[in-house]
Ligand binder design. Structure first.
Ligand code: BGC
Ligand code: NOJ
Length: 812
């Protein structure tokens, strides 16, 4: 059945255009690239924060609200008796026209009603701590219009967690100041905070409100605030309760006339001794300066042009032309964009991640790096140092850290035994992209303790050692609290529903729980580490680790193979998991992915059999599920994985994140047709075409999980945006399918394609060089026959790096 469509891609403008506000779920975008961030839905819902969605939440948001996505930055337009919003919500007055264009770090929402067009451009200017909302009102009718315009933002009392729960205190702390057209939010500034926020408009106002109850009314809602409905601001001054910011402006527009208003939501920090300009009065100097930088349409347009130029540059680093629009738009635009977003937020703030739960994940952020490192390498470099600084001297590490403090999170702690390996994965990607080996000499502390610094290289070494010092009875890696699969909790044994599987006891005494996923990860990253050591002339260290890698390969072949696929794990008691001998979950995807990427036993046919088993048992219409058959009951020895109903999340959901692992395995095995078939199934642009209603979530980015074949509604997506899928999809398509792979000494060319692939060209900026690489597949799935660089033949598959512009021709 043909599914309803809510929008379409506009590749020329790099936008997704939503034409119906009633999407099956809020379809959001992210604003801001470094310090100040916002989430914005297609109806202008969402919120803003500075650096950390938990500790510095600027505007309030209620997750899981009814109706969904309630609260945001709202403009109310009262035109006679009609009140409407350009983004349809919250009034839901039917519009004559609606459009939301989500672009690269900006969103433009346009609504029309009764001859008036209201268009709002939302973005965060580069290097500035504010969100710009440029509202353009246009009279398209033949009569003069007298409109009453109300803006609206609701302040969060900074800590998003306590804001949602500590009402006995919160309702007495709220404080604001009003000065001209600017409303300042200064709750807790009188004590320890050195920051405040403001909401400004670059026009005289005829009234305002700062107290929510006065503005909305105790028994009204955002859909019908009393002040707006009556067309009368109350000029309220908030003391405690819930402070808000609303400007009231009377606008007269002649036929054909249009007016711009620049609204600014800003964040300011002051030095301790410069906090006040008079007793109780905040020092507004920096706010005035920021406002002055953006107080005209021209200044705002210039700031917007700078933002667009940034994205022009970023998206010029890797560009492909295959003639397949669906592929090109994901590679050239949306996949790279999502990689920037996951790099910025890790798993902290989305419409599925509340921003108060998880900060930056150790393994998550390392994986995100491979999707981002080509974009802004210096930021990737800093990230690697930040992550490594949360490691412990024994190579273990904090599983998460807070972006504001960069300190490890004690609630979750450590003990996830895959974590250390990811540091090698991220660092190697950085060095291959940049050629910057100096990062390895950076002095990096343990657990952020000054005085404990050792080189980053030393951190990599102890990461590798952590695996070999924690082997189990089959000489496979002990799993610890969990490996990549946070829900495979083999040492936790919980019957208490008040315990979180993620933090409950991790019994290490006597455990035999081993992971084949970590085994494969160790072999892949171990080979990388060995190559790096050789490159550095550390031949003894290379030899030492090569032995450990060889031993791991031997252990997998001996005790990690089930006949047709790789086992998943051994449990606490040393019993097989992911084996034909099990009643349920006989096969898991993670170990197939990692052991095929590691090519373990390829010579004995293990890789091919494992990949075939993925097709046979895991694949379905929407992708490959995580395990098969799904668990139908809770298993005390396995933990959270078996807590999910069949087909969801880690219990046989399609975890998009690990589909690319198998796809890479396919490409290494030279099976281009299979690799492509798997890839296209979870490529958003293909899903967009067929399944907008079923899929529900944003069709322009990957989501973490799509309900699997055992679910009630297979194909339904959840957890959009913040997922390692972004980086893995990028890594897979850019390096393994299209085959352009950064290496220490140049770019390795090794595509793996479906046999129907046509000639294509990749423009790749790499360090100080620019390559135009044209590939002639000639029907081959794999295997480069010849390469020429600027007309001269190249030996092997690596184009040696040299600065400047180059033309490369590749024949397969
Ligand atoms: C989810 C995992 C997630 C973990 C940690 C679990 O409930 O299923 O996907 O990684 O929580 O937050
Ligand atoms: C989401 C987490 O962010 C990630 O770290 C984990 O690997 C996957 N879920 C699988 O459990």
């Amino acid at each position: 059945m043909e599914q309803k469509r809510y929008g379409h891609f506009d590749d020329q403008h790099r936008e997704y255009v939503i034409t119906d506000p009633q999407t099956p779920w809020p379809w959001i975008n992210y604003l801001g690239n470094e310090d100040f961030f916002s989430l914005i839905s297609n109806t202008a819902g969402g919120y803003s924060f500075y650096k950390d969605a938990k500790f510095r939440r600027i505007t309030r948001y209620r997750y899981n609200n009814v109706p969904m996505d309630n609260g945001g930055r709202y403009f109310y337009i009262k035109d006679g008796e009609t009140v409407w919003n350009p983004g349809w919500k919250p009034c839901k007055t039917p519009l004559d026209f609606y459009e939301c264009r989500h672009g690269m770090s900006y969103t433009r929402i346009t609504g029309k009603k009764n001859g008036v067009e209201a268009s709002v451009l939302f973005f965060v200017p580069l290097k500035k701590w504010c969100e710009v909302q440029k509202l353009t009102l246009k009279n398209e009718s033949s009569e003069t219009k007298s409109l009453k315009l109300f803006s609206f933002e609701e302040w969060c009392l900074w800590n998003a967690a306590t804001d949602m729960e500590n009402f006995q205190r919160n309702f007495s702390t709220g404080e604001v100041e009003i000065e001209g057209s600017t409303i300042y939010h200064k709750t807790e500034y009188r004590e320890r905070r050195n920051h405040y926020a403001f909401y400004h408009v670059n026009a005289p106002i005829q009234g305002f409100d700062t107290d929510r109850e006065t503005f909305v009314g105790l028994y009204n809602a955002f859909a019908d605030p009393q002040a707006v409905m009556e067309g009368k601001p109350r000029n309220s001054h908030a003391h405690g309760w819930s402070p808000i910011a609303s400007h009231y402006i009377e606008v007269t527009l002649k036929p054909g006339e249009s007016k711009d208003f620049v609204f600014l939501l800003g964040y300011i920090e002051n030095e301790q001794d410069e906090k006040f300009e008079a007793p109780q009065v905040i020092n507004k100097k920096k706010a005035h300066a920021l406002i002055a930088e953006l107080d005209t349409t021209e200044k705002v347009d210039k700031a917007f042009a700078e933002l667009c130029a940034l994205w022009d540059n970023l998206l010029n680093i890797y560009k492909v032309k295959t003639g397949n629009d669906k592929l090109d738009r994901m590679v050239n635009i949306w996949n790279q964009y999502q990689c920037m977003v996951t790099f910025n937020f890790s798993r902290s703030a989305s419409f599925f991640e509340s921003g108060v739960g998880r900060g930056m994940g150790f393994r998550d952020s390392n994986q995100d790096l491979v999707g981002f490192v080509h974009q802004i390498p210096p930021r990737a470099r800093q990230r690697i140092i930040d992550i490594a600084s949360t490691q412990f001297p024994d190579g273990g590490c904090y599983h998460q850290y807070q972006p504001l403090t960069k300190r490890g999170n004690n609630d979750i702690g450590g003990g996830f035994n895959d974590d250390p390996c990811w540091l090698i994965f991220g660092t190697v990607a950085y060095i291959k992209e940049t050629g910057d080996f100096s990062i390895l000499d950076e002095m990096v502390p343990f657990d952020n303790q000054p005085g404990t610094e050792v080189t980053l290289f030393e951190h990599l070494k102890i990461s590798m050692n952590h695996v070999i010092e924690n082997l189990g009875p089959h000489l496979l890696p002990l799993i610890g609290r969990a490996d990549w699969n946070d829900c495979l909790n083999l040492n936790c044994f919980s019957w208490d529903p008040n315990e979180s599987f993620q933090t409950t006891e991790n019994v290490s005494e006597g455990t035999k729980a081993e992971s084949l996923m970590i085994a494969g990860l160790f072999v892949v990253t171990g080979k990388d580490y060995v190559a790096l050591c050789k490159k550095l002339g550390k031949n003894d260290e290379a030899a030492r680790m090569q032995q450990a890698v060889d031993a791991m390969i031997a252990a997998v072949k001996k005790d990690g193979w089930d006949g047709e696929w790789y086992l998943r794990a051994y449990d606490f008691y040393g019993r097989k998991i992911g084996s034909n001998e099990n009643d349920e979950a006989k096969i898991f995807i993670e170990s197939q992915g990692w052991c095929t990427m590691a090519e373990i036993g390829a010579e004995d046919g293990m890789v091919a059999k494992s990949l075939d088993s993925c097709k046979k048992y895991l694949e379905c219409e929407h992708g490959m599920v995580l395990n098969n058959p799904a668990f139908s009951k809770y298993i005390y020895e396995y933990g959270e994985i078996s807590s999910y109903p069949e087909g969801y999340k880690e219990n046989a959901g399609i975890f998009c994140h690990n589909n690319p692992w198998v796809i890479i395995g396919e490409t290494l095995a030279g099976r281009g047709n299979d690799a492509w078939a798997h890839y296209a199934k979870i490529l958003p642009s293909y899903v967009e075409e067929k399944y907008q209603t079923l899929h529900k979530v944003e069709p322009y980015v990957n989501c973490q999980m799509v309900a699997g074949k055992d679910a009630f509604k297979p194909g339904e997506g959840k957890n959009s945006w913040l997922t390692g899928t972004a980086a893995w999809m990028w890594y897979t398509v850019s390096e393994f399918i299209l085959g352009i792979k950064p290496d220490y000494d140049g770019i390795r060319i090794d595509p793996c394609l479906p046999e129907t692939a046509n000639d294509y060209t990749v423009n790749r900026k790499f360090r100080d060089a620019e390559y135009e690489i044209t590939i002639h597949p000639n029907g081959a799935q794999k295997g480069v026959k010849s390469i020429t660089l600027d007309g001269k033949p190249v030996e092997g598959t690596v184009i040696p790096y040299s600065a400047g512009k180059h033309v490369v021709e590749v024949t397969m």
